[in-house]
Design a protein around this ligand. Structure first.
Ligand SMILES: Cc1cc2nc3c(=O)[nH]c(=O)nc-3n(C[C@H](O)[C@H](O)[C@H](O)COP(=O)(O)O)c2cc1C
Length: 317
């Protein structure tokens, strides 16, 4: 079989570094010499926390962004078609790789930080996120057709905290949710998927208590939260939101900021609807992120490329 061009291999290696809930990695890539398809891997969608595969599509959108930025940094033109369709919902996007072009310094920088970005659930230091960094993060979201609404203390943060506590309480009572978390919890950091069981602080849900973001902030600290929004909802918007999310996360990493997710409020129908109401004046919220300065946290592992990369000729999806 003809070997794949290096830029295709490199792009898929970048794609799998995308974040996903509980590190489920719900994606597959079908490639040939000049094309990459992004598929949703249904077997890896969280049935309880993500019954509509919304978070999985968000993760695939983040992987798609990594593919694009890697190809562009390697001097390739890329044309993108977002294709989630009701009759074939698992093929999410197609990328056609075109001729050579110059890459920009920004593309090269983002492609490089793909391999350093990681979720940092530790408390962040009591240093404000400077205005230039906030401006850069907002601009990153706009470039991808989304919106990043930054907020600290105040009405919006209090409303999010209230919804978060409702979500945590509902999930603590939900045995099926806890069983699903347990299914994706691993003993070692070397496991190729899933998240590691926390040693401290103890969490009733078995995953790190990053969610208590307000309590975790040092006295007087200003938590900087950011909601990723799109103008409308639906499967294509989920993918778009994933691309926005990933450009924001990579831009934050490049700016020296640590990031983590406030994901729970989106994982029960009642609290997801409440989040829609909290942000109704702006658009459709897809994720809430936390930005700050923190001691580096460990990177998580990924499955080998052989498990996610298929040649067009051998794809039996
Ligand atoms: C849609 C989405 C929701 C997430 N929600 C949470 C969350 O609620 N709590 C958390 O600690 N991490 C959350 N994460 C982060 C993942 O656990 C993390 O991306 C994954 O374990 C891989 O680790 P990495 O981001 O360090 O590469 C979420 C990620 C995504 C994409």
């Amino acid at each position: 079989m003809i070997p794949l061009p290096t830029h295709v291999d490199q792009a898929v290696a970048a794609a799998v570094r995308a974040p996903s809930p509980l590190n489920t990695q719900p994606w597959r890539f079908v490639v040939d010499q000049g094309r990459i398809e992004v598929w949703l891997d249904r077997a890896r969608v969280l049935r309880i926390a993500d019954p509509d595969a919304r978070e999985a599509r968000l993760s695939c959108g983040a992987a798609l962004f990594n593919l694009i930025v890697s190809l562009r940094s390697n001097g390739k033109t890329v044309s993108l078609r977002l294709v989630p369709k009701p009759e074939g919902p698992d093929l999410l996007a197609e990328l056609v790789i075109g001729g050579d072009r110059f890459s920009s310094p920004e593309e090269r920088k983002l492609a490089e930080v793909v391999f350093r970005r990681h979720t940092n659930r530790r408390p962040f230091a009591d240093w404000p996120v400077p205005v230039w960094a906030r401006t850069t993060l907002r601009a990153a979201a706009l470039v991808e057709g989304g919106l990043l609404e930054l907020f600290g203390r105040g009405d919006r943060a209090n409303a999010v905290a209230r919804v978060l506590h409702r979500a945590e309480a509902a999930q603590a009572r939900n045995g099926a949710f806890q069983a699903e978390v347990a299914l994706w919890t691993r003993r070692t950091a070397h496991a190729p998927d899933g998240v590691q069981a926390p040693t401290r602080p103890p969490s009733p849900h078995g995953i790190p208590a990053q969610e208590s973001f307000i309590a975790a902030e040092p006295e007087g600290g200003e938590p900087v939260l950011g909601a990723v929004l799109t103008a409308a909802g639906g499967p294509a918007a989920d993918l778009r939101a994933g691309m926005v999310l990933q450009r924001v996360l990579l831009t934050a990493t490049a700016a020296g900021l640590a990031t983590s997710f406030v994901g729970r409020p989106f994982e029960t129908p009642e609290t997801r609807a409440a989040m829609d109401r909290v942000f109704a004046d702006l658009g459709r919220p897809h994720a809430v992120l936390r930005f700050g300065y923190g001691r580096p946290a460990p990177m998580t592992a990924r499955r080998p490329l052989g498990e996610v990369l298929f040649r067009q000729s051998e794809a039996s999806l």
